[in-house]
Ligand binder design. Structure first.
Ligand SMILES: Cc1ncc(COP(=O)(O)O)c(C=O)c1O
Length: 414
């Protein structure tokens, strides 16, 4: 088996060659996978690492004295350490394993509301949030009699910081905001928001990093984020697992989200005492294979030359954007100055679903619809968009094939 930690892709082609699923055919055409915003393909090292767990040391963690259990526990806990290092968290206990971004936000929304939200308090959300960063807060606010205030976005999909300043009051407790918008590609200036507005006013922040971790080297201490959440499957790891980072002092103040095994110190019918961090928030058998697979994904991304990846993804985005602008009737949604490699668009009044279906017939995978961001669609008064989202393994030939197919589909639908 390949030693995943020592794998070091020197070139982008070498990187691409690590993904077996990029070599398949769909409807008789070589697959062009541009649905990375929804989920990324998995490199061999991740697939092999999961396979190795099930084949050679499958066991439950944290509660066995036997060899297999100790090996599984060591491997799982080493992922916590590697994740801490990867996002530069100060303490290992600040890394909580979850089922994914949605689960992490639900955990924070529930526990934060229990500890900090009172009737009349306010939570600020931007219009560009994924439903996963809206609904849990609506539920929490409903329970506590708190209110949601909307930070409206600008036409180009950016945010005006002065609007945030006007929204905050003595009742504001927390801002929940995406680092990168999944539907528009906007990169939000988290550090500036925290330093210039939130910190001076004692307001907490939860950052939804689902789309940021695949495209940037996130440093939670530099961002000064209170909570930062992301999913493994968008960073080339398995589904069903994710990470919640939280500042230790804050996490210590929050009550548990779910009860069960592993999150307790002692249980009796007279009362239960809870475990220390991070286990206080990890009730039940975790997704062991998933967490170990996430570790392999983190090792994989750790081996990247991030400057090269940034340059490459920026090049792909401008290469695709320039071609899209040549098409009559093309309208791009999300043209903020700071933007990740996500291209959302419509062509005249052709329904995005129709374009997506024809592209699929030609072997191109894109996403169509509202991308779980209905408030954005409401803002632009559209049913949805076609979204091509590029990952590090995509290249200019993928973009060319995509446009060839897009031109064909427009011809068929016009
Ligand atoms: C910005 C953003 N937030 C949250 C999510 C939800 O992630 P998951 O379904 O992995 O929990 C997504 C998924 O597309 C996303 O793009």
């Amino acid at each position: 088996m390949e030693n995943v930690a020592s794998y070091n892709p020197k070139t982008l082609l070498e990187l691409r060659n690590q993904f077996p699923n990029l070599n398949i055919k769909v409807n008789g055409y070589p697959l062009i996978y541009l649905d990375n915003g929804a989920t990324a393909q998995k490199p061999k090292s991740v697939i092999d690492t999961i396979d190795e767990y099930y084949k050679t040391y499958n066991s439950n963690v944290h509660r066995g004295v036997h060899f297999l259990s100790q090996k599984a526990t060591d491997r799982l806990e080493s992922v916590r350490k590697r994740t801490q290092a990867y996002i530069n968290a100060e303490n290992e206990e600040e890394i909580i394993f979850t089922k994914g971004t949605t689960d992490g936000i639900n955990l924070v929304a529930f526990s934060y509301a229990e500890r900090f939200l009172q009737e009349g308090d306010e939570i600020i959300l931007t219009r560009m949030e994924h439903h996963s960063n809206i609904v849990p807060w609506q539920m929490a606010c409903e329970r506590k009699g708190a209110k949601i205030r909307l930070w409206e976005m600008e036409e180009d999909g950016s945010l005006d910081l002065e609007k945030l300043e006007r929204l905050i009051s003595s009742k504001t407790r927390l801002l929940a905001i995406c680092h990168i918008s999944n539907a528009l590609g906007t990169i939000n200036p988290i550090k500036e928001i925290v330093e210039s507005i939130l910190k001076p006013n004692g307001i907490h922040i939860l950052v939804d990093g689902a789309q940021a971790v695949p495209h940037t080297r996130v440093n939670v201490q530099d961002l000064a984020a209170d909570f930062y959440v992301f999913s493994s499957h968008k960073i080339f790891g398995p589904t069903g697992v994710g990470v919640l980072y939280g500042k230790k002092d804050l996490l210590n103040e929050l009550p548990p989200y779910q009860g069960g095994g592993d999150m307790i110190k002692d249980v009796s019918f007279e009362g239960t005492t809870y475990n220390e961090l991070p286990h206080k928030f990890e009730a039940g058998t975790p997704n062991i294979a998933g967490i170990i697979g996430l570790g392999a994904a983190i090792d994989f991304m750790n081996s990247w030359d991030w400057e090269l990846i940034h340059q490459h993804e920026d090049d792909l985005l401008s290469y695709a954007t320039d071609q899209l602008k040549e098409i009559q009737g093309a309208k791009i949604y999300g043209e903020a100055k700071q933007k990740a490699s996500i291209l959302s668009f419509n062509i005249a009044d052709i329904h995005p679903y129709d374009i997506g279906s024809i592209l699929d017939q030609l072997g191109i995978a894109v996403r169509t619809g509202h991308h779980c961001t209905q408030p954005i669609m409401e803002y632009y008064k559209i049913p949805g968009t076609v979204r091509a989202s590029f990952a590090a393994y995509n290249n200019k030939e993928d973009v060319d094939r995509f446009f060839e197919a897009l031109h064909k589909s427009i011809k068929m639908l016009s």
